[in-house]
Design a binder for this molecule. Structure first.
Ligand code: CA
Length: 318
């Protein structure tokens, strides 16, 4: 079974992340799944955007200068969908206004817009119909506990939206992902969804959620997780150490421990232009993940590079 190519925010190595052009390009490059990060607007619309903020990828500060909170950030939750639609999307910028990935699409050029989850599901459905191929969707609930504090419970909205577009059973081509361990359990047990669930694994100092990732990564933590989730989405850096064995980075054992617990392993994020320490070229990292660790899928900013590696490489054994 070849590993799944999961287009991380679309073909975001080539076009501004989470724009419909980036998703269409990823689809055309042969991605198996397209990822949607999901956040909620003031009028409870689910929009596809990585941050709960608007300021790193749009011109919100220029169009609505007075609408930031005390921390200087512009929150999706403070804007209605109609306002969000008027924003111009740019390639991602850092806090100083410089491109995070300088060799990618030039910032502040082109005409790109934020879209809703519904619009992206319609794009995928349309492309599946037109091509006869089936690509899946891979929505992430972003900071669900924070959203609840802001007055919106996103999980039921997400499940309703997915159901309305035919994603209703464990066999359907959808994975729902979240960093929040409690929310994964709630999705399965309280909300009763049969959809495939993936627990993302971060580091505790990222302050992404209340989840204790150090506990989660233990054999016991993974075994408990397998009772409510289908897989893990670990950070690539959690899978290897800089010690080498026969010239290859050594595995931390997390991938095999997850597999032993019956969990799929979908690490993030393969970036040809920002490889983690210990890897010099894209295919070296792809080979390590796929051939040495035997992962079941990879989040990538460059779906074409991973497609080429899988189609021409030795992936698929083991
Ligand atoms: Ca994500």
């Amino acid at each position: 079974m070849n590993p799944l190519i999961i287009a991380h925010r679309g073909a975001s190595g080539y076009l501004p992340e989470h724009t419909l052009p980036a998703k269409a390009m990823a689809y055309a490059m042969g991605a198996d799944y397209l990822e949607q990060d999901v956040v909620a607007s003031r009028d409870d619309q689910l929009v596809v955007l990585h941050d709960v903020y608007l300021d790193r990828v749009t011109d919100v500060a220029r169009q609505y200068p007075e609408r930031c909170r005390d921390d200087g950030r512009y929150y999706v939750r403070d804007f209605d969908l109609g306002e969000i639609r008027r924003l111009s999307v740019t390639e991602r910028l850092d806090e100083h206004g410089r491109a995070v990935f300088p060799k990618r699409f030039p910032p502040h050029t082109g005409r790109f817009r934020i879209h809703t989850l519904v619009e992206e599901l319609e794009l995928v459905r349309g492309l599946n119909a037109a091509t006869g191929r089936v690509a899946g969707v891979y929505p992430e609930l972003k900071r669900p506990a924070w959203h609840r504090n802001q007055g919106v419970d996103m999980a039921p909205l997400l499940l309703e939206t997915l159901s309305a577009h035919g994603y209703e059973s464990a066999e359907d081509p959808v994975f729902v992902q979240c960093f929040d361990r409690a929310e994964i359990e709630r999705l399965r047990e309280t909300l009763g969804t049969p959809l495939k669930l993936v627990q993302l694994i971060g580091e505790n100092d990222w302050n992404e959620s209340d989840t204790d990732f150090d506990v989660l990564k233990t054999v016991r933590g993974l075994r408990d997780l397998a009772g409510v989730a289908d897989g893990i989405g670990p950070w690539i850096n959690q899978l290897y150490t800089l010690e080498t064995i026969d010239g290859q980075p050594a595995s931390t054992g997390l991938a095999s421990a997850a597999r032993d617990a019956g969990l799929l392993v979908h690490p993030y994020t393969l970036r040809a232009d920002a490889l983690p320490a210990g890897f010099k070229v894209h295919d070296e990292l792809a080979g390590f993940l796929i051939e040495s660790l035997g992962v079941d899928g990879v989040f990538t900013d460059f779906p074409d590079r991973l497609r080429r590696f899988i189609d021409t490489g030795t992936a698929g054994h083991g």
